[in-house]
Design a protein around this ligand. Sequence first.
Ligand SMILES: Cc1cc2nc3c(=O)[nH]c(=O)nc-3n(C[C@H](O)[C@H](O)[C@H](O)COP(=O)(O)OP(=O)(O)OC[C@H]3O[C@@H](n4cnc5c(N)ncnc54)[C@H](O)[C@@H]3O)c2cc1C
Length: 301
Amino acid sequence: MSLLDSAIVRLLPAVPKPVVQRFSARYIAGATLAEAVAVVCELNAGGKMATVDVLGEEITREDETRGIAQAYRDVLAAIEKESLDSNVSIKPTALGLGLSYELCRENLLDILGAGNFVRIDMEDSTTTDETLRLYRELREDGHDNLGVVLQARLRRTTDDIAALADLRPSVRICKGIYLEPAAIAFTDPEAIRVNFLACLDALLDAGCYVGVATHDEWLIGESLARVSQRGLGREEYELQMLLGVREERRDELVAEGHRQRVYVPYGEQWYEYSVRRLQENPAMAGTIARATAARLLGRGS
Ligand SMILES: Cc1cc2nc3c(=O)[nH]c(=O)nc-3n(C[C@H](O)[C@H](O)[C@H](O)COP(=O)(O)OP(=O)(O)OC[C@H]3O[C@@H](n4cnc5c(N)ncnc54)[C@H](O)[C@@H]3O)c2cc1C
């Protein structure tokens, strides 16, 4: 990424919302459940599984958190009705973690009641302890249809894997999107990759089911080599990617016989998620800069 591009990426929050919306459309299934269902149907028809995310985070009103929980129950009902191969992913702050731990727990229990598998996404490091506490408590209460996410960026993650090992958790391992201070996180991309593989090894050693969530070609190769060295069968791991990212590679991996799950976000609150995706897209910064300049100069939308 050029210096200009990285400056633009930092300035993305200042880019007009319609420009962000235009460029991020590929990452979002749509505003409505019907649109999300259509995307999941198409993915399933192409041999991929899905996990649906109702967009919304850092929610500050209790009634809004209940609204999100209801939206998830609607998603789960649609998955059941249409016999879709999909589970759901939830963000603790969307269910009210920022308001109270108990509220978040109650909302999550509501969603778990439907019986489908629910994965708790991992948000920034201020939420890690409570997210892992929530996971442990619910698993100890017998909710086995629950998985969690761990971030290779964080220095604590190998310790967290050791601490969770008795639960044999289902874990999505990812690099971690939230930029964290060097005191608690690896900041060098190579160090994050190395820790990703160390975490994957630790999870597989602990007998965990792992969702390997990355679009990084080197990491995909190294992860699949580990899976193969351990003689794991097709049902004993999965690869995961985000909607709108590296779709051709995703199809190749499915054709090679790997199970692939696609993260399908939908909903009205598309903005924060979209900015994060655009910030990660190495080719996008310059394009957005040109579109923003054209818009500000009154030449196009
Ligand atoms: C299914 C899934 C669930 C996730 N859940 C969480 C979570 O709960 N918590 C969390 O902190 N993070 C989560 N993430 C995000 C993750 O932590 C990374 O920030 C993200 O995946 C980018 O890292 P990468 O491993 O793909 O490597 P990168 O080095 O960022 O990307 C590798 C290559 O992929 C392509 N690419 C990556 N992103 C884009 C993009 N937006 N547009 C176009 N091309 C792109 C580019 O070719 C890039 O060079 C999730 C990721 C996935 C795939």
